[in-house]
Structures are given as structure tokens and as C-alpha cells.
Design a binder for this molecule. Sequence first.
Ligand code: AMP
Ligand code: GLY
Length: 427
Amino acid sequence: MNILIIGSGGREHALAWKIAQSHHCDALFIAPGNPGTASIGTNLAIQINDFASLKNKVLENAIDMIVVGPEDPLVNGIYDYFANNEQTKHVNVIGPSAQAAQLEGSKAYSKHFMQRHHIPTASYAEFTISNYQEGVEYIKAHALPIVLKADGLAAGKGVIIAFTHQEALTSFEEMIQNKQFGEASAKVVIEQFLQGIEVSVFALTDGVSYQIIGHAKDYKRIGEGDTGLNTGGMGCVSPVPFMDQVFMQKVEDRIIKPTIHGIQSENLVYKGFVFFGLMNCGGEPYVIEYNCRLGDPETEVILPRLQTDLVSLLAATDNGTLADVNIEYQDAFFATVMAVSGGYPGDYKKGFPIHGLNQAATIPDALVFQAGTGFKENEIVTNGGRVLTTTAQGTSLQNAVNTAQKALANIQFEGMYFRKDIGYEFK
Ligand code: AMP
Ligand code: GLY
């Protein structure tokens, strides 16, 4: 099978690493990829939303399967683009249709969906310019803290947790009146704050059946002890000790089954990953959000932990055999630690040479996944906020974290920063 991965982050490097291990994979392409993926397959210099150029390469290289990493092309209809074209309809695109991708693309859509299917989530209301004043009154009467969410995609920046009514009112005005996030904040969802521990669960579905393929805890804040600004994710651990059988059974019965059933009963076309962003509130799971893709850096721990052949698993979404697949995990703990550019998640500089990648790769039980990296005159340089991550396995979470840090200790670039406390609660 010839396979194309779309994206250029650590998630896509991990996908490439896992897919390349499958004997079903004949040729692997990544668009646009990064220097890490270039060491595994062939990078194609095509942007993720340039469907016409992607189609040309798909035909030229007889691609059978497209694995879509990020949400943007999914929300923009990459699934439908290939499915509705005579020349490409045979290609198995792993990802939901544009309509089903609204589960991630619109907070209001996903809240309605959860309400229709009785899936536990924070209570909420939604507002636009037409009922703005009602929103102001709603905020004034709301318990603190208050969560405000831009309805559409806002590159992970559209959620504000306000600790005073004034702060909430200011954000509300910014989003709706001043179009802080453009069209994405023309509608705002205001919801109850959920107190708990955030965790991620991943499933693969064909729209009828599903398989759980892993779970993780992501460390989202920039600072140690979970302080400072939110980031895309600074590290992950998997499996998570408190996500035991009792908790996972609740997740499956109350959240995953009704979600997949809802997808089926609403005739949503969905062949791909479902990322359940959950809050564990005293042992009870609530949905914070759906994503229609894998997480980053969650992928960098769940794929190394997954023993099952990923290509067979993905192929099963297309031939009705997903329910029969046997999911197996490595009998070990996994951790990943993300190295970021100085200043991230605020402004940062790019283009600094990265040293020590080869030495890091020699550490036993460790892997390096590149994210925001690029080539400059044959040298690998920083090219983003989250630059690279080291994943390790161990006999305990702490052991895995220590090995990931040991691998990272070989790597240097100007301004490099990483959290030294990933997995701190599980010591
Ligand atoms: P989202 O884009 O919906 O994932 O929100 C971004 C982050 O805001 C989440 O990862 C949570 O850390 C936090 N968050 C979102 N909704 C809530 C909520 N209802 N209660 C508490 N925290 C939340
Ligand atoms: N790590 C969170 C995400 O991928 O959205």
C-alpha cells in the first residue's frame, strides 16, 4: 500500500515511524513533513490545505491511503474532496467528512450533539451579536470561574477561563464585538467550569464500530507545576495510573458508545480518529471537547505503546472489519517530553541549529520525534514553537520520564526549554 500522511508535526513524525513498521506499507509520503519524516519517507512540498496539488501527487504516486494529521484540512473537507472525485474515490482517507468534523470545528455543534445524545459535558449557553445583551446578563449571573469559547477553530487560543465577571465581560466583548478571532468568535459558547484532571482518550471508528487505541495525560501549561500559559502540550504519559478499568468503563459506556451511536444515527460519515478531551471530575468523566484527529504530543506516546499494526487497523475502517481487530499494547509505561523554543507560547525566534539529534537517538528505549524543525543549508534548525520531543519507555512512568530526559539531555539549541516535571503526580 502507498500511504500519504498530511501534516508536519511530532504527531506526523510518530505516525510515519509507526506506519513505516507495517509490512503493508510499500511507499510512504508526507506532505509537507519535516526533517524527521524525511528520514523515514518522502516529503512532498505541498501545504496541507492545497487539495488540488495533493490530488496530483496521489494520482502520480498511486496512493491508496491518506492519513490526515491536523484538523484544518478535515474541517475544510479533505475527506469529501477525495471521496467525491471519480479519480480518487477509491483512496481511503482516514478522517471524518467536513460535516462530521464539525464535532471539532464548531463548539456549538459539538455541544448540541452531546446534548442530543445525553453525553456528560459542562452546562452551557451560546450567544452571537443578535443576543449579545442576553449574554452579558448570563455572564453577570454565572458562577465563577466562567469558561468562554470561540465557536470556531482559533488555533487553540479560543478558550478563555475568566476568574472575575469583569474579565469574562471584557473577553465576551472582544470576541463578539471586536471579532478577536474573526468569524470563529462570531458565536461564543459560555460554559460551566469543570474542576478535575484533564485526560485524553483515543478511538478509531468507521462510523459504526470503534476500537479504543490508547489514552494519555497531556501537560498543557508552559511552567512546571502546571503554571503559566496554555500550550499545545509540553509532554505526556501513558498509561495513566488513575485511568483504570473502572474509569475507562465509565468513559466507554457514557461517552464513547453514545458518541459512536450518535455518529451512526445521524448518518455522519466518519472513518477516522476520535480524540475525546475529558475531565475526570472525582472519578466521573465529562467531555470538554471532541477533536477529529490524534493529539500532539499524545500520539508520541500512544503509538509507541500500541503494539497492533497501525496500517491493518486503519485499513479495517474501510472494509467493515474494525470490530474484529485485536488491540494490543506494549507491556510498559511511556512518556514524552517536549522541547520548545525560548519564549513559546509567546513570540520566539526560529532558525537556530539543533545539535545532538544523533546522540539522542542512541539512548536505549528512547525515540526522537521532530516537530517544528526545518532544513537550512543541510543543517536541521528550529522552525516552530514546539521543536521536538523525546519519547521513552520504562518499567514505571518515572523510569520512562527519566529516560526521555536522558535522551533530551543530548540535544541543544539556543533558547531550548522543557518541563522537567512531566508525570510529577505519579512519582
Ligand atoms: P478546548 O479548546 O475546548 O480543549 O479548551 C482548551 C482548554 O481549556 C482545555 O484543554 C481545558 O484545559 C480548558 N477547558 C475547556 N473547557 C473547560 C471547562 N468547561 N472547564 C474547565 N476547563 C476547561
Ligand atoms: N495535545 C492536545 C491536542 O492535540 O489538541
